[in-house]
Design a protein around this ligand. Structure first.
Ligand code: ADP
Length: 679
């Protein structure tokens, strides 16, 4: 929910423009990975299957060759055996030469009977001209050439029961005269031909397990099947179901071949069960990948929407004037927005994870804020918000209004508190100013009333003071008329007259001041003004045992001001200093100084060694009617400040380095004539 707040939040102008955060590039094509891996796996399986298939075929072929060789050896042994028997028979017949009935002799021969029981179909005795001398078993005589031709077919004689037949030939040698060539005698004797059935040869010579495994056939050199263990008709060239191997018989039957054909052809690798299963697996993976792709697209769209929303939310949170902070149940900061960072002057990375006490709490009120924090975490924060005072990192204090609300997670469980904070420092200042203005209004009202009273009083005092001055002048005249006037009396009367005149001037100025007449602007020598003012108090200060020191800067430029009013300010400050030190056992010292101040100002300082201000501000001291004196009116400093401000100057106070109080005010050198003054 919370996006991290960048620490650059401290400079509002450095805020980046709103942009949707880019989607991370990695993982974009991850959805295709299962398909890719499956394809790789499939290719591996295909390669394996092909190699396996090739090996299997190779092995089968080797087995078939060895089976063929072994079978050929067995069959050849049988045929060789038959040839031996035939030769024995030929020998016997040869020795019995001269008998009239060759057929009877042939039929009576036990070798013939034994041969017919084994393999032989017929035995034919041919003379030297290939004419049949005898034939067993007896057959209908057929035209000689036909039979001869038939016999000459070699392996292709047709036997009704056993299909094609083959024959073995044993040459017969007749009795010859010594000295004759053997070849001539043999040619005269003829030959003995035995027809046998290759089918029977196969039936008896091929073991059952071999017949089950292979289709065993005897073929001639034209691939004509002579006999076969298969049930298929023995016509035409051998039909290859599977792999086949052909081997020649050699000597006993040179035109006959043994051919082994695998009964069951090995399935091609791509039609094996694993391949079929793999094809199904691939189809499933393709379907799953398509679904995955669709899902990934949906998630991507959702993610993009979420990112856009997060960016908007982050922008809104960061541009909000309200500071936001989220805290867990222990008060640890989980999230802060940009405004919050700006408010406390700390970057987000320094704030996140912080637990109470927080660095922005006022150090002098940690305990109090801790209590309030516990109350808030316990859920007892006022719903209408509460005011707090925080301290910015640069030290300035700010007043804030905090509104707490529960922070809930996606499951709706409360995991902490969400706080909205509004900076109300400005508002508080305005309120304070308004309050002061109201006070000032009330104060002005009182001053107006007081002014009326004072005006009346001044008016009333003016008459007696004038009377005192007149009487004093009369007395001086009358004393001067005496021949020996007492100089002491005369001096006292003159001073009385001066004081009465001074009092009259003061009363007159106060009247003017209170009746809103403009101050008497004149160029004042402040050094002289200060000297005159303290001279008036000199006696009183001496009586009190106060040491007065003047530190007047020579060549101080003249200031345009109402000298009487400024003098009253100095008198009031010196008098207050004296009052503050009254009854003090330690040394009493007042220093009054003048000096040029920066920015074309002159400055007047009055400091003492009294008890000091005790932490009271100038505001408190200048508050109307504020006084700590038993008979004090509390208007002196208020009027002093008004007089200085009317002259566009500044009035202030601080604790002096000597331990007492230090009041000071400044007046501008180039001032416009004062147009109005305090009421
Ligand atoms: P008042 O003299 O009638 O009390 P002021 O306005 O002149 O009225 O003074 C107000 C108060 O300021 C005094 O009562 C006193 O408590 C305080 N004050 C003024 N000057 C000094 C000073 N030099 N040292 C200590 N306190 C002072």
């Amino acid at each position: 929910m919370f996006s991290p707040t960048p620490s650059a939040a401290m400079e509002p102008e450095a805020r980046p423009p709103l942009a949707v955060p880019p989607r991370p590039a990695q993982g974009r094509g991850l959805w295709a990975l299962p398909l890719l891996l499956s394809l790789l796996f499939l290719i591996g399986v295909i390669v394996w299957a092909q190699r396996n298939d090739r090996d299997d075929r190779e092995e089968l072929r080797h087995t078939m060759i060895s089976d063929a060789l072994s079978l050929e050896a067995q069959l050849r042994a049988r045929l060789d055996n038959e040839v031996v028997h035939l030769r024995v028979l030929a020998g016997q017949l040869q020795s019995g030469n001269g008998k009239a009935d060759d057929t009877a002799a042939l039929a009576a021969n036990p070798e013939v009977a034994a041969g017919l029981r084994r393999l032989w179909l017929s035995v034919t005795w041919l003379d030297a001209q290939n004419r049949i001398k005898a034939h067993v078993p007896q057959i209908e005589p057929a035209p000689g050439p036909t039979l001869t031709a038939n016999l000459n077919l070699g392996h292709s004689g047709l036997d009704e029961d056993n299909g094609l037949s083959a024959h073995l030939v044993a040459p017969m040698t007749g009795p010859g005269t010594p000295g004759d060539g053997g070849a001539a005698r043999r040619a005269e004797a003829g030959s003995l031909v035995v027809r046998y059935s290759p089918a029977v040869l196969l039936k008896r010579g091929v073991p059952w397990w071999l017949a089950r495994k292979y289709d065993v056939a005897l073929v001639d050199s034209f691939d004509q099947v002579l006999a076969s263990t298969s049930d298929a008709p023995a016509q035409g060239p051998a039909q290859a179901a599977g792999d086949s191997y052909k081997i020649s018989f050699g000597a006993p039957s040179p035109d006959m071949y043994l051919q082994l054909t695998q009964r069951e052809a090995l399935q091609p690798w791509y039609r094996t069960l694993p391949m079929v299963l793999m094809a199904g697996f691939l189809a499933l993976i393709v379907a799953a990948t398509a679904l995955l792709r669709r899902q990934v697209r949906r998630v991507s769209h959702a993610e993009l929407a979420w990112r856009t929303e997060a960016a908007w939310r982050s922008a809104m949170e960061d541009s909000a004037l309200v500071a936001l902070r989220a805290r867990d149940a222990e008060g640890r900061l989980l999230y802060v927005n940009r405004t919050f960072c700006e408010m406390v002057g700390l970057p987000a990375d320094q704030l996140l994870g912080l637990a109470p006490p927080m660095p922005y709490w006022p150090p002098d009120a940690i305990d109090e804020v801790m209590l309030r924090n516990r109350r808030n975490l316990a859920g007892e924060a006022p719903r209408e918000g509460y005011e707090a005072r925080w301290v910015h990192r640069d030290g300035h204090v700010l007043d804030v209004m905090v509104f707490e609300s529960p922070l809930v997670d996606a499951q709706g469980r409360q995991i902490g508190w969400m706080g909205s904070i509004v900076d109300i420092t400005q508002r508080k200042r305005l309120e304070e100013r308004e309050r002061r203005q109201n006070e000032t209004l009330a104060h002005h009202a009182r001053l107006t009333m007081l002014g009326e009273v004072a005006s009346t009083l001044a008016h009333e005092l003016n008459q007696p003071l004038s009377a005192i001055a007149s009487y004093n002048a009369g007395i001086i005249n009358s004393v001067n008329k005496h021949a020996q006037p007492d100089p002491v009396v005369l001096g006292a009367l003159e001073r009385l007259g001066q004081q009465a005149a001074h009092a009259g001037r003061i009363v007159q100025r106060i009247r003017e001041f209170l009746t809103r007449r403009e101050p008497q602007q004149e160029a004042c020598d402040l050094n002289r003004l200060v000297s005159d003012a303290v001279a008036l108090l000199q006696r009183e200060l001496q009586r009190q045992g106060v040491q007065l020191e003047l530190r007047l800067e020579p060549d101080l430029p003249a200031v345009v001001a109402d000298a009487v009013l400024i003098e009253q300010v100095v008198i009031n400050l010196v008098r207050n200093a004296n009052d503050a030190m009254s009854g003090q056992q330690t040394a009493r010292h007042i220093t009054v100084g003048t000096a040029r101040a920066a920015g074309r100002f002159v400055r007047i300082d009055v400091s003492d060694t009294g008890p000091g201000l005790n932490g009271r501000s100038i505001e408190a001291l200048c508050a109307p009617f504020y006084s700590t004196k038993r008979d004090g009116m509390g208007m002196g400093l208020a009027i002093c400040r008004s007089i200085i401000e009317v002259h566009h100057g500044a009035f202030d106070a601080a604790d002096a380095g000597s331990g007492g109080a230090h009041f000071f005010f400044s007046l501008p050198l180039d001032t416009e004539p004062v147009q109005e003054h305090m009421a």
